[in-house]
Design a protein. Structure first.
Length: 95
C-alpha cells in the first residue's frame, strides 16, 4: 500500500487541532483517519523544528544562499546542454 502524502500545512493544522481536541488525541486521530503514532511523530517534528520559525538569516547568509541557488541553476543548465550534445553525438555515431 503506497504511503499517504500529507502537506506540511495539513500536518501543522492537524497537530494544533489535535492538541485542542476536547475528547483526546486517540478520538481525534480516529476522526481524522490517521494513526496516533503518525500524530505524535508530526508533533515531535514540530517541537524539534520550532526554533527555525523564529530564526532569521543574516544578510551574508541570505547572499550566500542566493549565490548557491544561482550556481546550482547554472550547473543544471550546463548539465542539460552537455546531455543534449552527448545525445546528438550518439545519434550521429549510430548512423
Amino acid at each position: 500500500m503506497p504511503k499517504a502524502k500529507y502537506s506540511s500545512e495539513f500536518k501543522v493544522r492537524t497537530v494544533l487541532e489535535g492538541l485542542k481536541s476536547p475528547d483526546g488525541i486517540a478520538a481525534f486521530c480516529r476522526r481524522k483517519g490517521i494513526s496516533e503514532v503518525q500524530f505524535y511523530g508530526w508533533q515531535k517534528q514540530m517541537i524539534e523544528n520550532a526554533d527555525s520559525v523564529f530564526h532569521k538569516l543574516s544578510k551574508a547568509q541570505e547572499r550566500k544562499m542566493a549565490q548557491m541557488e544561482a550556481d546550482l541553476k547554472r550547473k543544471d543548465e550546463i548539465i542539460a546542454v552537455v546531455t543534449e550534445e552527448a545525445l546528438e553525438l550518439k545519434k550521429k555515431l549510430r548512423k
